[in-house]
Design a protein around this ligand. Structure first.
Ligand SMILES: N[C@@H](CCC(=O)N[C@@H](CS)C(=O)NCC(=O)O)C(=O)O
Length: 230
């Protein structure tokens, strides 16, 4: 299985989804280089805009290849260099769960958490009834779904840690923040677990995640000065 022949370049913002790529690199011990402006969100965004028209983190370069979309980047790196680690075999029973959670994390989890939080903020917690029916409560449904899955197995795709767990870590914290509107948004950058008190399986999962040395190394390198102010 080929190894990355040079550092994987990760265009980054502290505390943001680009940490997922650094985390995978740490799990394998692959070399990577973070490009961002420490402590300066706007300057980091400007730098992202120089690197790609989408101006979002992560943007990843692997040699001449440049990609956005964190789930796709993780899958690309696993298929190219992973040697079968951190994803189930194609014909494994766990593959359906793996694909579901890998895509659910951004497609539904983050999407619903962000929309719900934004609607609540813009309407001063009083959204019109039709909008409320569609979007309010969506974060709780995301967490209820994850809680049930993590009651069946310790990780999202069975007994083994996979890239689906890397993807789901961020939306669990984002959805928890919606359930606790008084919590500062910056709690998402820490292990504060805002809004997650009623979810023992999610908490046990997060305990397993923060105990991983690769996760700890990734957090130390992606936020070397601690959680960013915003
Ligand atoms: N679905 C994308 C979302 C990327 C994304 O929105 N990243 C945020 C930081 S966590 C960002 O760069 N926001 C600034 C922007 O979209 O302009 C992914 O998973 O890569």
């Amino acid at each position: 299985m080929p190894q990355p022949s040079q550092s994987i370049i990760i265009h980054h913002i502290e505390g943001r989804r680009s940490e997922r790529i650094a985390w995978l690199c740490e799990e394998f011990g692959w070399p990577y280089e973070l490009k961002y402006v420490p402590g300066d969100l706007i300057a980091s965004l400007d730098a992202l805009g120089e690197a790609h028209v989408m101006r979002m983190a992560p943007i990843v370069e692997d040699g001449p290849l440049k990609m956005v979309e964190s789930g796709a980047i993780l899958e690309y790196l696993l298929l190219r260099y992973g040697g079968g680690r951190f994803r189930p075999a194609d014909d494994a029973r766990e593959m359906a769960d793996y694909l579901q959670w890998l895509h659910f994390a951004e497609g539904s989890g983050m999407f619903r958490a962000l929309i719900e939080r934004m609607i609540l903020q813009l309407t001063d917690n009083k959204p019109p009834e039709d909008i409320a029916y569609v979007y309010i409560g969506a974060s709780r449904r995301v967490l209820d779904f994850a809680e049930a899955a993590l009651g069946e197995s310790p990780y999202f795709a069975g007994d083994a840690f996979t890239a689906a767990d890397i993807m789901m870590h961020f939306p669990l914290r984002a959805a928890g923040l919606v359930l606790e509107p008084s919590a500062d948004l910056t709690a998402i950058f820490t292990d504060a677990r805002s809004g997650l008190g009623a979810y023992p399986n999610i908490n046990a999962f997060l305990d397993r995640i923060v105990a991983r040395p690769a996760f700890q190394r990734a957090m130390a390198t992606t936020m070397p000065n601690g959680p960013p102010p915003r």
